[in-house]
Design a protein around this ligand. Structure first.
Ligand SMILES: C[S@@+](CC[C@H](N)C(=O)[O-])C[C@H]1O[C@@H](n2cnc3c(N)ncnc32)[C@H](O)[C@@H]1O
Length: 349
């Protein structure tokens, strides 16, 4: 975040800046995109250009996910990563009448907005409920609903566009913000604290494991134990540590370090592994799960777990190959490019 601009979520009321009408660059100035109901033309233009309107999230691989999950009227469905509610609304339409969807998300800020948005689409408390939780606690989420199993489970891993684009959340590479990166800012430590405490050898392993960073050794020596207050201060330090690289390659390293830190701050692999372990016990006989992932560290874990489940017989079928977005989707939504989908079916008793 720019030090002069207070966070939108906690800021005292400020006069809205005049809208230039010509592609505003800062998140705070993109209020037309962030009020899609009032400015549908602006929204359509941004989408047509292959971008995601600020403050929204475009659901990825919707037809492929629906085909994998086969949601039916009466099903009890769980979306472990509610986000903007895009996939959830599509599933909800198919489990009604008689079904219900529980939308789980760790993010206490966006979940409130998404609940209101999905309610406004006409889904009542009997059809759609939210649970603010880490999906690692899926059995508890089910128990709180008086259930042991779900018929349909979806997880669309990582962060939402609302989180990435809002500089106040500290994920942003494009705009300056506090170096935070927590999906749940009420829990754990921000990325700045993690780096300040890090020792070089551990940081190197973390960069290699979480994002296959080829310059992990050099970067860990340069970054470990230092305090970076903002996202831009960290990005500059990464670039300065790699003086021989051209802009494109240095930019890739910046993206990889940010990804590795985000995974560490939110303990994303631990949460995914817990979810994968619990899934067979959380699915009803014949129940289906689909997981959308965005980098090799996630996909490797999902593939291994589903294959082990097929061998042991808890799953009766799994995706033989990873499923990728169509060329058309990759073109029209650049954020879909790295997506990989896998599914599994719980053995029917
Ligand atoms: C890619 S977005 C999901 C977008 C959603 N499918 C949609 O259509 O709008 C991922 C969401 O999952 C949440 N999330 C990531 N890891 C989580 C975890 N371990 N437990 C709960 N929520 C998590 C993030 O806060 C974010 O809102």
């Amino acid at each position: 975040m720019n030090p002069e601009s207070p966070a939108p979520d906690s800021a005292p009321h400020r006069r809205r800046p005049r809208y230039s009408g010509k592609n505003p660059r800062r998140f705070e100035d993109k209020y037309k995109e962030r009020e899609p109901d009032k400015h549908p033309d602006t929204l359509a233009k941004v989408i047509a250009s292959g971008k995601t309107p600020a403050g929204t999230h475009r659901p990825i691989m919707v037809p492929e996910i629906i085909e994998a999950l086969e949601p039916r009227p009466g099903d009890f469905a769980v979306d472990c990563t509610l986000g903007f509610g895009g996939h959830a609304s599509e599933i909800l339409r198919r489990v009604l009448p008689g079904g219900i969807l529980i939308g789980v998300d760790a993010d206490p800020i966006e979940i409130v907005r998404t609940e209101a948005r999905v309610r406004a689409l006409g889904f009542d408390e009997g059809q759609f409920r939210v649970a603010r939780s880490n999906f690692a606690g899926l059995p508890k989420v089910l128990a709180a609903q008086g259930r042991a199993f779900a018929d349909v489970i979806l997880a669309d891993l990582g962060v939402s566009s609302m989180q990435i684009d809002n500089p106040a959340r500290g994920f942003s590479l494009k705009e300056n913000g506090p170096l935070d990166m927590r999906m749940n800012p009420q829990k754990g430590e921000p990325a700045s604290a993690l780096l300040r405490k890090a020792i070089a050898s551990k940081l190197r392993l973390m960069l290699e494991e979480n994002s296959d960073e080829p310059h992990a050794e050099k970067l860990s020596t340069a970054l470990a134990g230092r305090f970076f207050e903002t996202t831009q201060a960290l990005a500059e330090a990464i670039q300065n540590a790699l003086p021989g690289l051209d802009e494109e390659d240095a930019g890739q390293s910046v993206r990889r370090v940010f990804q590795a830190l985000r995974i560490a701050v939110n303990e994303e692999f631990t949460a995914l592994e817990m979810l994968l372990r619990q899934l067979p016990n959380c699915l009803s006989p014949g129940g289906r799960v689909a997981i959308l992932s965005f980098h090799s560290g996630e996909d490797r874990r999902i593939k291994k777990s589903f294959e082990a489940g097929l061998r042991s017989g808890v799953y009766s079928a799994i995706a033989q190959e990873v499923i990728r977005p169509t060329a058309e989707e990759r073109r029209s939504n650049t954020r879909s490019v790295p997506a990989k989908l896998r599914w599994a079916v719980r053995r029917a008793e």
